[in-house]
Design a protein around this ligand. Structure first.
Ligand SMILES: Cc1cc2nc3c(=O)[nH]c(=O)nc-3n(C[C@H](O)[C@H](O)[C@H](O)COP(=O)(O)O)c2cc1C
Length: 474
């Protein structure tokens, strides 16, 4: 009876809806919302609503959904006979050294690091502890983000990178002396160097105490470091930090079309490592315009960074960490093949750390509500479970990267290079100086040596097939 009734009602409702859609004039027709949504985009409609509600910049979590880096157009080149695959049973090396020329270089067991995500301004204490514990279990580093040194996080972290930040909270000798690397943070992919902050009413006593904020004071991240108002200031800062602390001193900035100019100054300063944070990078919550419309895609930025450091002859002693939209072992290994020494992960680390604990918020609340400092379910996070899941995620990714190394005939992840890549897009192949999938390596070598131009090859074969008559004109 009930089934019959439901069918009856549904049928009647869909009939009347269909008739109305087929008959009503367009401007009165519910169907018009479809092309309207197509024109504007569902995301823009919703974000316009949020802007109309607050009159303030919206704070979109975890970064831009606009992915501009076509990693999927790159493939690795497996070997079989002309070069043999790595014998199974051979131990594939995965270790990496950040800042080889520092007095105390940072040696890590895997080339995947947990990126800077600040306590308070972004994540809860429990989430920071789980990330640090998971990173330690996997033999890699975690990063403070733009915050002060948090005792619990330092205690859990086997390798701890601290950000010398535009909030100033980490920038004191007693804190800097407890770090395994110092990362001067001038910007990040999702927010560039725009001023940001947390309003006083969102700051609890724990956060206020940790950042040494006065009652009623907001936590402000300025657009500049207070002590860096020129390239000269920056150079002096790097020299001082390297001398006083001996650990690798790095620069993190938002990938930009000016990156070669920024790198020239960083190299003159003698930084030990560079973090290139691409336009696809995540954040706890940031203005959409900075996420969608500012920066340079991670893939393009990484390739240009490596090329420029090679050109300056400093690539061997300046480590490069790529970040921004890297979410799979394939992404990680392609970034290494393009010349990065390691990768930073943010968003995917949170997702992996959460795993089924996402259900503590879903389906009625978004998953980040379990890890954010202002998250409704932050106290429900099980730290140990989170740490285990993150460590297993990292292990799984590294195991997959090692399997690829066998197939490529490589015994060390650090040996994998542009030679091991091919690209199915010609322009991208040219940009990345990687072979194009349409021709053999030898043909392209000829073209690179100027003995033949590839377009000519193309033209020739096209002419042969399609327009024999035209060939003679050419
Ligand atoms: C929750 C969250 C908080 C972040 N906080 C910081 C920060 O304090 N300092 C910083 O330099 N970058 C911060 N970032 C950016 C990350 O360090 C990293 O550059 C970025 O997440 C990489 O992109 P991905 O999320 O696509 O992996 C944050 C990112 C997230 C997701």
């Amino acid at each position: 009876m009930f089934a019959w009734l439901t069918r009856k009602i549904t049928n009647t409702m869909s009939d009347s809806m269909m008739s109305r859609m087929l008959q009503d004039p367009y401007t009165e027709n519910m169907y018009s919302m479809f092309p309207i949504t197509q024109k504007i985009g569902f995301r823009n409609i919703i974000e316009a609503g949020m802007r109309a509600e607050s009159g303030k910049p919206i704070e979109r979590p975890l970064g831009s959904p606009v992915v501009l880096s076509p990693w999927e157009k790159l493939l690795f080149n497996p070997v079989h006979l002309f070069r043999m695959p790595t014998q199974d049973g051979v131990q594939i090396q995965t270790g990496v050294t950040i800042g080889p020329e520092a007095q105390k270089p940072l040696h890590l067991e895997i080339p995947v690091l947990i990126s800077g995500m600040s306590y308070g301004g972004a994540l809860s204490l429990k989430a920071k502890i789980a990330l640090a514990r998971g990173a330690s279990m996997a033999g890699t580093a975690t990063n403070s983000g733009e915050a002060a040194l948090i005792e619990e996080e330092r205690k859990e972290a086997k390798y701890f990178i601290g950000q010398y930040n535009r909030g100033g909270w980490m920038n004191t000798p007693e804190q800097l002396s407890r770090l395994d690397a110092i990362e001067i943070q001038l910007g990040q992919g999702a927010q560039a160097s725009a001023p940001m902050g947390t309003e006083s009413h969102q700051i609890g006593p724990d956060f206020r105490k940790a950042m040494r904020l006065k009652p009623g004071e907001n936590a402000v991240i300025h657009s500049r470091l207070t002590d860096v108002n020129s390239a000269r200031d920056f150079i002096r800062l790097v020299e001082r930090l390297r001398k006083e602390y001996g650990v690798p001193v790095g620069l993190k900035f938002a990938a930009t079309h000016y990156l070669e100019k920024e790198l020239d100054i960083a190299v003159e300063a003698g930084v030990d490592y560079i973090v290139v944070d691409g336009a696809e990078a995540g954040t706890h919550g940031g203005p959409a315009i900075l996420q969608d419309d500012v920066g340079l895609p991670t893939l393009h930025a990484l390739s240009r960074t490596i090329k420029h450091l090679n050109k300056l002859g400093v690539k061997d002693h300046t480590s490069v960490i790529a970040a921004g939209g890297l979410v799979s072992p394939g992404h990680f290994l392609k970034a290494l093949a393009l010349g990065a020494n390691a990768v930073y992960i943010g968003s995917i680390a949170l997702i992996a750390m959460l795993q089924t604990q996402m259900n503590k918020a879903l389906p009625l609340e978004p998953a980040p509500q379990t890890v954010l400092y202002l998250g409704k379910f932050k106290e429900n996070l099980n730290i140990d479970k989170g740490a285990q899941h993150l460590a297993k995620f990292l292990k799984s990714c590294v195991e997959e990267m090692k399997l690829a190394a066998y197939a490529l005939g490589r015994a060390d992840l650090a040996q994998i290079s542009r030679k091991d890549l091919v690209c199915i897009d010609r322009d991208l192949a040219w940009l990345l100086d990687v072979d194009y999938a349409g021709f053999s390596h030898e043909e392209q070598q000829l073209a690179r040596e100027g003995l033949q131009t590839l377009p000519e090859i193309v033209l020739e074969s096209v002419l042969e097939q399609e327009l024999p008559a035209l060939k003679n004109i050419h």
